[in-house]
Design a protein. Structure first.
Length: 113
C-alpha cells in the first residue's frame, strides 16, 4: 500500500495527492499534523528516505528558527524535535515498498511508483 504524509494546506502536498490519483493505485493518506508520528516513526521515515534527520526539517518554520536554529543538535535531538513539532517535517512524503521520497518537486513521487 502506498502512503502519503500529507498536509492539506500545502500546495506541494496537494500536488502529490493528484499524482497518486492519476497513478491509479490505492493509497493511504496520513494527515501527519493530526495523526502525529512518534519518535520511532520519524526515525523510520528518515531511514526509508536514506537521508540525515536535518534534511527532513522545514528550516523556514518559525519554531525551527526560534527554538532550534544554530544549536548543536544530535540526530536524535532533531528527530525528537520533529516528533514534538510535526510542522517541522518536510512534505509530502510518499512511501511504497520500503522506499520513500519527499515530493519536492511533486514529480519526484514518480520515481518510486
Amino acid at each position: 500500500m502506498i502512503e502519503i504524509y500529507h498536509n492539506p494546506r500545502c500546495s506541494k502536498s496537494r500536488e502529490g495527492i493528484e499524482i497518486l490519483e492519476t497513478y491509479g493505485a490505492p493509497f493511504k493518506v496520513i494527515k501527519y499534523l493530526e495523526d502525529t508520528p512518534d519518535k520511532s516513526q520519524v526515525a523510520h521515515l528518515v531511514k526509508l528516505l536514506g537521508i540525515s534527520p536535518i534534511e527532513l526539517v522545514r528550516k523556514n518554520e518559525a519554531i525551527w528558527k526560534t527554538e532550534f536554529k544554530g544549536k548543536d543538535l544530535s540526530d536524535d535531538d532533531i528527530i525528537t524535535a520533529m516528533a514534538n513539532n510535526p510542522k517541522l517535517i518536510e512534505r509530502p512524503i510518499v512511501i511504497k515498498d520500503n522506499k520513500a521520497v519527499i515530493g519536492r518537486p511533486a514529480t519526484k513521487i514518480l520515481t518510486i511508483l
